[in-house]
Write a new protein. Structure first.
Length: 141
């Protein structure tokens, strides 16, 4: 099993506090004969419409030695997961979960490569307060 990011369990607990039921940890996705695994799958029931909202979440703490390598890996993962979701579960929305620290340092810095990647690939962001384990922002692109 691949190493889980340090942010994995704080994201899971933050989602649960926010009313999400985690249905998969990890979420298996099948694409052209290959099994992929997004970090989390969740569901939230909407009483007003008797419906549900489903999400897939990829958690990234960007703690590696090279931000460029981390971005390359993240772009590949997010692109493949979105492709798989488009084919098998198009109603499930894909989110990239990051910490407030990463958001402040990278996303808010419009000159950063990270910010450019988020804009270029239209990734949805889920920003978490890692210490308090709460959802701070859902940013949909």
């Amino acid at each position: 099993m691949a190493r889980r990011d340090d942010l994995h369990f704080p994201v899971r607990r933050a989602l649960e506090k926010d009313g999400w039921r985690i249905t998969h940890d990890p979420l298996p996705l099948y694409l052209h004969g290959v099994w992929l695994k997004a970090d989390l799958g969740g569901v939230r029931y909407l009483a007003a419409t008797n419906g549900e909202r489903r999400i897939a979440v990829e958690v990234k703490d960007f703690a590696g030695d090279s931000l460029t390598n981390e971005l390359e890996k993240m772009i590949g993962q997010m692109s493949l997961y979105q492709w798989a979701l488009d084919e098998v579960d198009p109603e499930r929305k894909l989110w990239l979960a990051i910490s407030q620290k990463v958001y402040d340092a990278q996303v808010l810095n419009e000159a950063s490569l990270f910010s450019a990647v988020i804009q270029r690939f239209h990734f949805n962001l889920l920003v978490i307060d890692q210490l308090r384990e709460v959802v701070l922002q859902w940013i949909s692109k």
